[in-house]
Design a protein. Sequence first.
Length: 327
Amino acid sequence: MSMIAELIQELKKEKKVYIQAHNFPDHDAVAAAFGLQTLLAHFQIESQIIYDGAIERYSLIQTIESLKIDMSGHKKINLTFNDKIIIVDGCKGNKNVSELDGEEIAVIDHHLVKHPENVCFVDIRPDYGSCSTIIYSYFKELNIPIPKNTATAFLIGIKTDTASFTRGVHPKDLEAFSEIYYLADKELANFILRNYIEMQDLDFYHYAVENFKTYRKFFFLFFPQGCSTNLMGILGDFFLSLKEINFVVICAKNQTKINLSLRSEKTEWNASAVIQKILAGIGFGGGHCEMAGGIIEKIENFNPDILFEEVKKMLYTDYSAEKSDGK
C-alpha cells in the first residue's frame, strides 16, 4: 500500500484533521493544502487548513477568495495535543513551520530538508519544483478526478514556484501542468498570475534601485525598513532577470528578526548551500539550488556589510567561481 493510501486509512479513524501550510504561506503552499483537503474530502475525511503568520499578497488573497479556499490562522482554532496535523510545503522542525499543539502525523514537502523524527508518514521530494505536483500525483495514483477549482489552484502553485518553469522543474511538474491546464479556470489563473504586484510595492522597487550593491554578478540589497517575505522573493526574481546578475541576496529587518531571500541561476552557486553556510550558528535557512530563504533570529548578529563580504568571498573564492564567470 502506498504512503498516501496508508495515510488515508489512518485518517479515517479521526473526526477531523488539520492541514498546516508553512508560515506566511505562498501560492504553492495554499494550493497544495487545498488540493490535499479536496482529496481527503473524497474519502469523507473532514479537514481544516491552518497557518501561522499572515496572508500578505493581494494575488494570494484573490486566489483564496476566488477559489473559496477556507483557511484559518491557527490562533483562531483551539487545537489539542490529540489533534492530527499534516504539514504541507514545509517540514517539522523548520523555523518557517510553527510548532503547534497537536500531533504531526505526516509531512509532505518538496524542499531539501532533514527527515523529521517521530512522524509516521513522510513524503519529501526535493527534486520536484512544486508541492502542488506531489498532491497532484496522489489524485492520479488513487484515480480521483481533479475538480476545476483544485486544478486552478495547482496551476497557479506550479507556475509560481517554478517561476514559469525556469527553475527546479521536474518532468512530473510538466506532466501535472499539461493535464491541469485543460481542467483549470485559465482566465482566473492568468489574471492572478499577471497581477502579482501592487502600486504600494513600487516604493520598495524605488528603494531597491537606489540602494543595491553589486560585485560582478552578485546583487545585494538590505531593507532596514522591513519588507514582506513574499515581496522579497518577487524582487529577487526581478533582479535576477538582469543579464549582468547571476546571484541575488535580499535581506529585510522585520520586527525583531532578519529575513533573507536568495536567488541563483548558476548551478555551482547553490542558494540552499550558501544560506545554510552563512547562517550557521546565527539562524536557520534552506531551500533549493535556485532559491532559498532564511532567518537570523537576533538582529545583533546581522551586519549587512559583513554579510555582503561573506557571500562575495563564498561565491568568488570558496566556490572557485572565477572560471565559470568567464573572468
